[in-house]
Design a protein around this ligand. Structure first.
Ligand SMILES: *[C@@H]1O[C@H](CO)[C@@H](O)[C@H](O)[C@H]1NC(C)=O
Ligand SMILES: *[C@@H]1O[C@H](CO)[C@@H](O)[C@H](O)[C@H]1NC(C)=O
Ligand SMILES: *[C@@H]1O[C@H](CO)[C@@H](O)[C@H](O)[C@H]1NC(C)=O
Ligand SMILES: *[C@@H]1O[C@H](CO)[C@@H](O)[C@H](O)[C@H]1NC(C)=O
Length: 652
């Protein structure tokens, strides 16, 4: 597969805050759409927020394009670590150069720093170079503080590391505390001929130190392949730290361009303003130690008291969902006592309300579930346990739950822009443009890939459809309502509600055998892609004949008659035809009637970000059944790259 050229990547770029040439790129603050974000990473207040204050999470960000040759590279970036407590934080962040963005997908939080997992740590096939800023160390007694900078090759045991600090111009060494909450700058320089890599650190706005903090010899030619991705990985442990990058400059073959500090200072101010609500004891304020410790003691006593009271109240029924629990009173207050005016909708499980949490003024959606049987409740709790531990920017986040008598209240992020279904098929004239649609498709693919491949367990969503995709305030798609399919099995009106909403997304083998698999999710996702591109429902009644027509058949027909792009939503005034064609063909491939012909979500992601070219195939491929003899030889296997399919169409 030919590597996509850097030119292609230029298409992704929105040059608002980034400039990109063959000499690399510079970000003075960040904006959406330029980076590949993964895990909990997001862009907030123009900063790249790698982790967002959630425990045991991983966040990563890569520059959108791959570099086909890096030699004597140089990079510099400004970061801020906001610790949850003034003297405790975990785990840190790392600048990474890696062979793929994939190998990092199974990475774990905590001491694995979002770069490795238990199996692959130390394996030379990782092909990963990193400079880590480590704030925590995992010991048998738990996580303890650490404060070092290290150079890592394929593993977490650094080939060279040293406590954080910098050499001042007069040659004296000064310590730096990574978790001070203050911005700092890092420089990494590599010389291709001497294989020397230098790492320097300094407080923000200080000059680059003359003497590097760390220097090592690594033959990166032997560690890395010729094509690489550059980015950051970050992880939290039990502590809810926030790791942010404020600015970043990279040059694959020379000195990185300087950052624009006047812009960065603005971003830092925004971030500070943003973080003011989060508790942060300002340093430099002289507080007598005695008063402080008395205060801490009182807080601990109160916390213990509250905790024990709560523990006693709910010990028979505590759900480990990784999220906090709310009191029924809080939620009743948030919804005006579950007033009908706050009702957002209802489903087979109960009702959904909009709420405003009194303390934080945060908008939330509250789902009120009252399952009939004990059995149903048990199943549901299992679902919450999974959902509460899932963190991904394209999933609707479960914030917590509350139990009230036999009732269960689930608290989610509120999604101000409602469901995609309404936007696509609603009465409103205004629709979303192609860039937003393509972005939503990529987002949901990434969320589903996380559910299928990246989390410690496989989560089959079972109910992917436009009405289960909600839009946040930036019009990012977030997959919601999962586990409902399972819940429906135990609910009262399971059959009617389920079938009504989902018919058209059901894979043939699911209808035949009733077994949900990753491939049935992929099928539904394929239909979803077509729905977003065409603005048509999965099953639409044909105007002339009054016959129901499957969206997939309709698109295949158009393709066979010579113009697949004819099916693109006529409401779209403008679209990128190359992307629309990719979405339509990939949608058809995903909803292939034969299960084994569908790609896995990881591969779908690679097609969508144009990492891997979609194989050339003809519409006739879509009507092959597993009984067709030739078919057997041409199935797309995953995770290996799909190339076999080209055989069918005589190659490109
Ligand atoms: C390293 O990874 C490769 C590919 O994943 C695997 O085949 C190999 O067994 C691993 N080696 C070790 C020592 O784990
Ligand atoms: C690393 O630092 C040393 C000492 O300042 C310097 O001589 C060398 O050129 C530097 N190497 C790189 C790649 O910047
Ligand atoms: C660095 O690694 C490359 C590839 O393995 C090798 O060809 C080259 O000789 C190495 N350079 C040195 C100085 O060891
Ligand atoms: C930094 O950015 C500001 C605002 O965009 C611009 O006016 C200024 O010229 C830039 N400074 C440098 C040194 O590029």
């Amino acid at each position: 597969m030919p590597p996509h050229s850097l030119l292609l990547c230029l298409l992704f770029l929105t040059p608002a805050s980034a400039s990109y040439t063959k000499d690399g790129f510079t970000y003075d603050g960040f904006s959406n759409g330029v980076l590949r974000l993964d895990g909990v990473a997001s862009i907030a207040s123009r900063a790249l927020m790698l982790t967002d204050g959630v425990a045991r999470s991983v966040g990563r960000a890569f520059f959108g394009g791959r570099f086909d040759s890096i030699s004597s590279f140089s990079t510099t970036f400004v970061f801020v670590i906001t610790p949850p407590y003034s003297d405790l934080s975990a785990y840190g962040l790392a600048f990474t150069i890696s062979a793929t963005t994939d190998s990092l997908l199974d990475a774990l939080p905590s001491q694995y720093m979002g770069m490795f997992n238990r199996e692959n740590v130390g394996n030379v096939t990782n092909r990963l170079f990193a400079v880590e800023l480590d704030t925590s160390q995992s010991t048998e007694f738990g996580d303890i503080n650490d404060n070092h900078v290290g150079i890592d090759v394929n593993t977490l045991v650094s080939i060279n590391s040293t406590p954080a600090g910098y050499y001042k111009p007069d040659g004296t060494f000064s310590d730096l505390l990574l978790i001070s909450g203050k911005p700092m700058q890092v420089w990494v320089d590599y010389d291709d001929s001497s294989h020397q890599v230098n790492v320097s650190l300094a407080p923000y706005l200080e000059h680059k130190p003359q003497n590097p903090l760390l220097s090592s010899t690594v033959n990166l030619t032997s560690v890395l392949p010729s094509s690489v991705y550059v980015g950051f990985a970050s992880a939290t442990g039990t502590l809810r730290s926030i790791h942010r990058i404020i600015g970043w400059s990279f040059n694959p073959n020379g000195e990185a361009k300087p950052l624009n500090y006047s812009v960065l200072s603005e971003v830092i101010q925004d971030v500070r303003r943003d973080g003011q609500s989060r508790s942060h004891i300002p340093k430099g304020v002289l507080v007598p130690v005695v008063i402080l410790s008395v205060f801490i003691t009182i807080v601990i006593i109160i916390a213990l008291y509250v905790y024990m009271k709560k523990a006693r109240k709910s010990s028979d029924w505590e759900i480990d969902c990784g999220s906090s629990s709310f009191t029924y009173k809080d939620l009743a207050a948030a919804t005006n006592n579950f007033s009908d005016r706050m009702l957002l909708g209802r489903g087979g499980f109960g009702k959904v309300y909009k709420g405003v949490l009194q303390t934080s003024k945060q908008n939330v959606a509250i789902k009120r579930v009252s399952p009939e049987s004990k059995q149903g409740m048990k199943e549901f709790i299992a679902e919450i346990t999974i959902l509460g531990h899932l963190r991904h920017r394209n999933l609707v986040q479960l914030l917590g739950y509350s139990r009230h008598k036999s009732e269960l209240l689930l608290v989610y992020d509120y999604m101000p822009n409602g469901s995609l279904d309404r936007v696509l098929h609603g009465q409103r004239k205004q629709t979303i443009d192609w860039v937003q649609r393509f972005n939503i498709i990529k987002g949901i693919a990434s969320g589903l890939c996380y559910l299928h491949e990246d989390w410690e367990k496989v989560v089959i969503h079972r109910d992917i459809k436009a009405s289960n995709v909600l839009l946040d305030n930036e019009m990012n798609g977030r997959l919601g309502d999962f586990g409902l399919a399972r819940l429906h099995n135990h609910g009262t009106d399971a059959h009617t509600t389920h079938l009504a909403g989902t018919w058209g997304y059901i894979a043939p083998e699911l209808a035949r055998l009733g077994r949900a698999t990753k491939a049935t999710d992929v099928f539904a996702f394929g239909v979803f892609m077509l729905e977003v591109a065409c603005g048509r429902r999965p099953i639409q009644v044909n105007d002339s004949a009054g016959e129901p027509v499957l969206l997939t058949d309709w698109v295949v027909d158009a393709w066979e008659s010579g113009s697949i792009l004819r099916t693109v939503d006529p409401k779209l005034e403008d679209y990128v035809s190359e992307e629309a064609e990719l979405v339509l063909k990939l949608g058809l491939l995903c909803s292939h009637p034969v299960q084994s012909a569908r790609p896995c979500m990881r591969l779908v992601m690679q097609y969508l970000v144009k990492d891997v070219l979609l194989p050339d195939f003809q519409p006739s491929f879509l009507s092959l059944t597993s009984r067709d003899e030739e078919f057997g030889q041409h199935i797309l296997s995953c995770p290996s790259v799909a190339t076999t399919i080209t055989g069918l169409s005589g190659g490109r």
